[in-house]
Unconditional design. Structure first.
Length: 265
């Protein structure tokens, strides 16, 4: 009898916890708004990004490892990355000059173009448009209370473009920070091939997985700080497989004077 009472109390407690969870539709609407705002605010920041890539053979063994570090910023909604290191080594004088010239030309070109609306928008924003979430539960992530859900692409969702409609063939898990109602983590699994540029540019293959984490970086701002990718791609009739880790850090407000600094080099 005592065990029955304990089990009943545990069931009631679990039911009460679920009952106190936010309304799914309202939460998702708020999170979508926050993510869009974050994508837009991100254009006002510059940060460093290190990409470590492992090329894999057909059996999944590492063939080659490389890394690149870039300083990333946005001009008129376009993302620009200036290479600063390759395989942990700073660029030599000739490479540095070549890179500065390349970036300067891109900045000049983008400055003359109209602002690209949603240019900083990323995969998370696209997923949120077509995702249907379920299986709510409370948990913690990186020491903060979080709301966790499963998600799957909603066949009835209306994607705004070809990529969003293709993302309806994904599923995974998503964690919302309970205090800030921001996406803290998302794990994406591709259930079918994902064509980029109608399949003419590349075809991301079924089974590809992408894990993204976002973290608070100060002043109530959240940024994408970590990405792990396990990708199979068919490009120009050649299949390639790679695993990569992307770390973003050192977020700073973007100084418009940086344009002049780049042009002066």
């Amino acid at each position: 009898m005592q065990l029955h009472r304990i089990a009943a109390a545990a069931l009631l407690a679990a039911s009460a916890a679920i009952a106190q969870l936010p309304d799914v539709a309202a939460l998702l609407k708020e999170v979508r708004t926050h993510q869009q705002q974050m994508d837009e605010i991100r254009e006002n920041y510059t940060f460093h990004q290190i990409v470590k890539t492992d090329e894999l053979d057909a059996k999944g063994a590492v063939k080659k490892t490389s890394s690149e570090e870039r300083e990333v910023f946005f001009v008129n909604g376009y993302r620009i990355g200036r290479l600063v290191k390759k395989d942990n080594a700073a660029l030599g004088p000739a490479e540095e000059k070549k890179e500065q010239d390349r970036v300067r030309k891109i900045v000049e070109q983008r400055t003359k173009q109209p602002h690209r609306a949603g240019g900083a928008g990323g995969l998370i924003s696209q997923i949120l448009v077509v995702a249907k979430i379920s299986n709510p539960r409370r948990t913690t992530l990186n020491g903060r209370p979080a709301l966790a859900y499963d998600f799957a692409g909603d066949p009835a969702a209306h994607g705004r473009n070809m990529e969003e409609n293709a993302l309806k063939k994904t599923a995974g898990g998503i964690w919302f920070d309970e205090a800030d109602h921001q996406v803290a983590r998302i794990e994406i699994h591709f259930l079918d091939n994902f064509r980029i540029g109608g399949g003419l540019l590349a075809n991301v293959q079924k089974g590809t997985a992408i894990d993204i984490e976002q973290s608070p970086v100060g002043d109530g701002l959240w940024m994408q700080t970590s990405v792990d990718q396990h990708i199979g791609v068919r490009l120009a009739f050649v299949n390639t497989r790679e695993s990569s880790h992307i770390a973003s850090f050192d977020f700073r407000k973007f100084d418009v004077g940086m344009h002049q600094e780049i042009k002066s080099h």
